[in-house]
Design a protein around this ligand. Structure first.
Ligand code: FAD
Length: 305
């Protein structure tokens, strides 16, 4: 009997399955997101491996909400926190397996780790991911992209655990991933993905890696507390240009700021609340609508209460 689960039944409106991984109760999510804001997760669950996660999903209370979190680099967790269980994959989901130009990688592996490991093997294709500070799970879920590259162009298959707890392999052709949209079944958890890459000279790949990292350093507040691009680019338009035209560059609410360096990025300068950041984003949205006649779409995923 998992003693943690027994304790939980007394303090929460749901029971928790017995698992081999770890539960953390009242976990402060500002420690797990790039913005460094947000309330607590009622429960944070770190599964040991895919089998453990299957056990959890199959045996959980059907009324208990489950939210998936990667590296927290594209989410804004609200100040009231997240009800139910937040799942975060750990080291049991980080393996990288090479089969020639096919590379199978775990959902918790960081994009940068993946790109560098591929570069060492002389494999290119996903080099554009090097400066994206998320996990492979997040990259597939968001169809991450940069410098003209997109995850969807390199995916062969994705292994998911569905809301019924079934571990399924979905072929890329069945996903129809779109701009910043993985298009996975609702509630699916990505545990592994297979990429088809191209052979290349390691020195040339490393030169591209360095160039991309430098370009980011020059144009984005990469060392700030941010969530990356706040809004998706509308077709044939750059969101940052619209935000600039609407006069929002540098705008502040409390300690939340529209970045001076890249105005599609919001920043927590120090002690911003999630509410300040969200209010600032909504203000930008309204200003762009009024001044440019464009209704932007949030790219940042807002979670919680
Ligand atoms: C400085 C900076 C620069 C960035 N630059 C780029 C860029 O160039 N291009 C770009 O596309 N993005 C960029 N981003 C945004 C972000 O890094 C990407 O969207 C990234 O892919 C998100 O991965 P994550 O692991 O952090 O996911 P999170 O932010 O934790 O989650 C994002 C979404 O993915 C879901 N998710 C995460 N893991 C899984 C999983 N295993 N299974 C199912 N769903 C999952 C979450 O539920 C959530 O809906 C940037 C962010 C920052 C802070």
């Amino acid at each position: 009997m998992n003693t943690q689960a027994a304790v939980m039944t007394e303090t929460l409106p749901f029971t928790l399955p017995n698992i081999r991984g770890r539960y953390a109760f009242g976990f402060d999510l500002s420690k797990a997101t790039w913005f460094k804001v947000g309330g607590a997760a009622e429960v944070l669950f770190k599964p040991k491996d895919a089998e453990d996660l299957v056990t959890f999903i199959k045996n959980k209370d059907p009324m208990m909400p489950v939210t998936m979190l990667g590296a927290g680099s594209n989410v804004l967790v609200r100040d009231g926190g997240i009800k139910g269980v937040v799942v975060k994959l750990g080291s049991g989901f980080s393996e990288i397996i090479f089969h020639g130009t096919e590379v199978i990688v775990g959902g918790a592996c960081l994009d940068r780790t993946f790109v560098l490991a591929c570069a060492e093997k002389g494999l290119s294709g996903v080099v554009f991911l090097v400066g994206v500070p998320g996990t492979i799970g997040g990259a597939v879920a968001m169809n991450a992209g940069a410098y003209g590259g997109e995850v969807k162009n390199f995916i062969k298959w994705v292994e998911i655990i569905g809301t019924d707890g079934a571990l399924t392999r979905l072929q890329a052709a069945d996903l129809s991933m779109k701009y910043r949209k993985g298009n996975l079944p609702k509630g699916a958890i990505i545990v592994r993905a297979s990429f088809i890459l191209q052979n290349g000279a390691p020195e040339a790949i490393h030169a591209r890696i360095n160039a991309y990292l430098q370009q980011r350093e020059d144009t984005q507040p990469v060392r700030g507390r941010t969530g990356g691009s706040t809004f998706k680019n509308p077709t044939d338009m750059a969101a940052w240009k619209l935000i600039d035209q609407a006069g929002c560059r540098g705008l502040m609410i409390g300690d939340a700021q529209v970045s001076e360096k890249h105005c599609n990025f919001l920043l927590n300068l120090d002690a911003a609340k999630a509410a300040d950041l969200e209010q600032l984003g909504e203000h930008v949205w309204q200003a762009v609508k009024e001044k440019c006649g464009v209704e932007l779409e949030w790219e940042i995923i807002r979670l919680g209460e």
